[in-house]
Design a protein around this ligand. Structure first.
Ligand SMILES: Cc1cc2nc3c(=O)[nH]c(=O)nc-3n(C[C@H](O)[C@H](O)[C@H](O)COP(=O)(O)O)c2cc1C
Length: 217
C-alpha cells in the first residue's frame, strides 16, 4: 500500500438491496434491460446511460471506453461515434463487441455481448442534427483518436468551423460520424447479494430463442 492513503484491498461493501429470480425476469431480456434502465433513471443514478464499450483490434487486443446509450430499437442498443476513431475502425474490421453497464446505487451490473452494424445515414443524420449546434461543431472539428499537436490546435479547428458556419443552426453531418446498433446474443443481469452470493441470470440466443440460465457468482 504505497500510493493510496486508504487500503483499497480492505474496502468492502455488502450488497443487500434485492434479489433477482428466474421467475421474476421478463422472458425478453431487452424488456428486462429496459426496466432496469428505467429503474436506474428513476433512482437518479449519475449517467445511467453510460456504458463501457469493448472492442477488439485486428490482432486480438481488447480495449474499452465509455459511450452513451442513445436508444433501444428493434432489439438492439444504439450509440454514436466517429467511424474513423479507434473504436470505429476496430468495429468496422471486427463487429463483435461487448457493452457493460454498472449502476452501483442499485448494486447492479449488466453485461451485453453481440455484433454491431452501422445505422443508416438517414438515422445518423437525424440524430446528429438533434444535438446542440456546439456539439455538432465539436464532432466535426475533432479527428477523434488521432494524435494532435496541442489543445490550441483543437480550439482553432473548432473556432474556424464555427466562423465558417456563422449564422447557421446546423452543419452537415460528417460522413465519418454516425451510429452503431449492437444486436445482443448474450445479456447477463447481475444483482448484488449478501455474502458475495450474488444473483446472475444470463440470457443467450440459441437457434433464434432466448435460453435463460443462472450462473454461479
Ligand atoms: C460519460 C462519457 C460519455 C461518453 N460518450 C461518448 C459517446 O457517446 N461517443 C463517443 O464517441 N465517445 C464518448 N465518450 C468518449 C470515449 O470514452 C472515448 O474517449 C472516445 O470515444 C475515443 O475512444 P477511442 O479512441 O477508443 O475510439 C464518452 C466518455 C465519457 C466518460
Amino acid at each position: 500500500m504505497s500510493q493510496h492513503d486508504v487500503d483499497i484491498a480492505a474496502l468492502r461493501k455488502e450488497y443487500i438491496r434485492g434479489g433477482l429470480d428466474e421467475s421474476a425476469v421478463n422472458a425478453d431480456p431487452i424488456v428486462q434491460f429496459s426496466s432496469w434502465l428505467n429503474e436506474a433513471i428513476t433512482a437518479e443514478v449519475l449517467e445511467p446511460t453510460a456504458m463501457v464499450l469493448s472492442t477488439v483490434s485486428a490482432d486480438g487486443a481488447p480495449s474499452s471506453r465509455v459511450v452513451l446509450l442513445k436508444g433501444i430499437d428493434d432489439g438492439s442498443l444504439r450509440f454514436y461515434t466517429n467511424y474513423d476513431s479507434r473504436k470505429g475502425r476496430e468495429l468496422t474490421l471486427n463487429p463483435r463487441a461487448a457493452l457493460l453497464f454498472f449502476w452501483p446505487e442499485l448494486e447492479r451490473q449488466v453485461r451485453i455481448e453481440g455484433t454491431v452494424s452501422r445505422l443508416s445515414p438517414e438515422t445518423s443524420t437525424a440524430y446528429f442534427h438533434s444535438r446542440p449546434f456546439e456539439s455538432q461543431l465539436g464532432a466535426a472539428s475533432s479527428p477523434q483518436s488521432q494524435v494532435i499537436p496541442s489543445r490550441e490546435e483543437l480550439d482553432q479547428r473548432f473556432a474556424a468551423l464555427a466562423a465558417a458556419n456563422a449564422g447557421r443552426t446546423r452543419i452537415d453531418r460528417p460522413a465519418h460520424w454516425g451510429g452503431f446498433a449492437l444486436m445482443p446474443h448474450t445479456i447477463e443481469f447481475w444483482q448484488g447479494r449478501a455474502s458475495r452470493m450474488h444473483d446472475r441470470i444470463r440470457f443467450r440466443k440459441s437457434e433464434g430463442a432466448w435460453v435463460v440460465e443462472r450462473l454461479a457468482p
